[in-house]
Design a binder for this molecule. Structure first.
Ligand code: PEP
Ligand code: MG
Length: 596
């Protein structure tokens, strides 16, 4: 039966394919394809792991002492029975045969199918056996992991596969932590859906950087969609169509082709300089998460990196942080890939919805930390860990010997934080000189993402070379809206007059002080805000590489001087969005550029 699920659109485009349900706690299970000639060997891997676990259970049973409660022996029997049930390993091998999934993926796919059946059982006793099934599954997974060295052991090492003739796969999960989603970069999934999340949650940001259609905050998708269902993700409307009719499929395939044509058309702007109709040169920089992304930035025509979110180097490492050499290698790789164009490296911004180790957003909200977005996040964490902070600064400074590096500090709200940062920078420069390490001049910037920083900007500007406005957090903290919480997503409003005031005044103050100012939050990459930001005087934007072409198209059609004349009306309006739409519509594009 066909039905629709509604959520929040976070990454544009249409994806059509088969649902792959992954439990949030198992998003890090390896997902890769095996070659047709390896299918048999993969099935044998699954059976070997099963037999090993069976032996473990038998040994446990034999070792039970006479005084052990009978229930324990009975429980082991239940586990053994589940292990040998055809519905688990036997059925899982079908996924290997038919879809060429690796054994771990096949098992987790089958577990999802079975877990659903258990959930629907009327009998309490039987329903509760789901926990036993999960325990058995975890043991088989551990047995598979022990075969390390024979196979890739994490999702980061997924095998690419030519999709010709194959059904694309779409990931469906209750929640995906940003670091886990990172592991799916360049992987097998062509789109994803989650139950929770907001438009500027970091999971959504990573989806945009992957440039795959995504819908979050659907609340129930992972419960309603079944393993292998056909689904359409409409990343523009925020709709998911489950088991679509042939007519719907045809319509969406048409839309998919249209958007591919549009992308191909926009890609032709790659080498066109971003200059407005009245001759203002606009910087279009890229936001990246990993050094590898720099290549995509170059291909999209970025003229620099405006935000390297270094925290992704720090995540999911089981508490072991990257050392100076590892960080230096990563920063240097990004700097060299940009061939002399500026690379703005932001110091680590963990906390809020970006935990260091795997923790779902709901765990964060309801369990471990009282109020993570307002807690020990970003620069607060760095200053609380001074040696870790200096280690990162040393790595960043050393990378400056290989190109133009700018240092950006997140979440600054106090002048004493800036003073501490400057002291650390001084110390690090001395340490590097003493050790004979080369480095060159590095501009220092702070992010404006806490309203306090925007309000006291003239004081901050005395100490820094540039500022970058993080609209994602600036909106979150100005409106007191958790950006990752779908329950308040409708109140997350970039057009709110208070947000516009802070944005316009920050841009104006920085320019008046002769300091460079950019926006690196999601507003910068959304063409719906390009005219507004130009009207406010912004000349530097940083966004995901995939967004550069459509923002550039807007820039080419804009008359910056004329746009700025509309600012008083917009800022004085009770409905700034409507006012801006009306005002900007009056700005007719020049004929020759209509086709740009
Ligand atoms: C922002 O807050 O706008 C920003 C760019 O930083 P992040 O999204 O990583 O918090
Ligand atoms: Mg931020």
């Amino acid at each position: 039966m066909s039905f629709q699920v509604f959520g929040i659109p976070v990454s544009r485009g249409v994806a059509i394919g088969r649902a792959v349900l992954v439990a949030s706690s198992r998003v890090d299970v390896a997902h890769y394809f095996v070659a047709p000639e390896q299918v048999e060997a993969e099935i044998q891997r699954a059976f070997r792991a099963r037999d090993e676990v069976a032996r473990e259970f038998e040994t446990l049973k034999q070792d039970l002492r006479g005084d052990t409660p009978q229930e324990l022996a009975a429980l082991l029997d239940v586990h053994l029975m589940l292990l040998h049930d055809e519905a688990l390993i036997g059925a899982a091998t079908q996924w290997i045969v038919e879809r060429h999934y690796n054994a771990e993926w096949a098992l987790s796919a089958q577990l999802e199918v079975l877990a659903r059946q258990f959930d629907e059982m009327e009998d309490d006793y039987l329903r509760e056996r789901k926990a036993d099934l999960e325990q058995v599954f975890e043991r088989v997974l551990s047995a598979l992991a022990r075969e390390q060295g024979l196979v890739p052991t994490n999702a980061a090492s997924v095998v690419q596969r030519d999709f010709a003739g194959e059904d694309p796969l779409l990931l469906v999960a209750a929640d995906i932590a940003p670091a886990d989603l990172m592991q799916f970069k360049r992987s097998v999934f062509h789109g994803f859906i989650t139950d929770i999340g907001g438009k500027t949650s970091h999971t959504a940001i990573v989806a945009r950087s992957m440039d795959i259609p995504a819908v979050v905050g659907t609340r129930e998708a992972s419960r309603l969609i079944r393993q292998d269902d056909w689904i359409i993700i409409d990343g523009d409307a925020g709709t998911v169509i489950v088991n679509p009719s042939p007519i719907m499929l045809e319509e969406y395939r048409f839309r998919q082709r249209q958007s591919e044509l549009e992308r191909a058309r926009l890609a032709r702007l790659r080498h066109t300089p971003a200059v407005t109709l009245d001759g203002e040169r606009i910087e279009l920089h890229a936001n990246i998460e990993l050094p590898l992304d720099a290549q995509g930035a170059i291909e999209a025509g970025a003229t620099g990196v405006g935000l390297f979110r270094s925290e992704f180097l720090f995540m999911n490492r089981n508490g072991e942080l990257p050392g100076e050499e590892e960080q230096f290698a990563a920063y240097r790789a990004a700097v060299e890939a940009m061939h002399g164009m500026p690379v703005t490296i932001r110091t680590v911004d963990v906390g809020a919805d970006k935990p260091l180790d795997r923790m779902s957003a709901s765990e964060l909200r309801h369990g471990h930390v009282l109020n993570p977005a307002m807690g020990l996040r970003a620069i607060r964490w760095s200053l609380a860990e001074p040696s870790m902070f200096r280690q990162q600064l040393r790595a960043i400074y050393r990378a400056s010997a290989f190109g133009k590096v700018r240092l950006l500090i997140p979440m600054v709200a106090h002048l004493h934080e800036v003073r501490q940062i400057l002291e650390s920078v001084k110390k690090v420069q001395q340490q590097l000189s003493d050790a004979g390490h080369a480095y060159s001049h590095v501009e220092l910037g702070v992010m404006i993402e806490i309203p306090a920083a925007a309000v006291m900007l003239p004081l901050l500007l005395r100490h820094v070379d540039f500022v970058s406005i993080g609209t994602n957090d600036l909106i979150q903290y100005t409106l007191a809206i958790d950006r990752a919480d779908e329950a308040v997503a409708h109140l997350y409003d970039p057009w709110h007059p208070a947000v516009l005031q802070l944005l316009a005044s920050s841009i104006g103050l920085a320019r008046a002080a002769g300091k460079s100012v950019s926006v690196c939050g999601e507003m910068a990459g959304d063409p719906a805000f390009t005219d507004l930001l130009l009207a406010m005087g912004l000349r530097s934007f940083s966004m995901h590489p995939s967004q550069i072409p459509s923002v550039k198209q807007r820039v080419l059609r804009a008359d910056a001087a004329r746009l700025s004349t509309y600012m008083p009306e917009i800022m004085g309006s009770e409905d700034p969005r409507r006012e801006a739409e009306l005002a900007f519509a009056r700005q007719k594009p020049a004929k020759s550029l209509q086709q740009a």
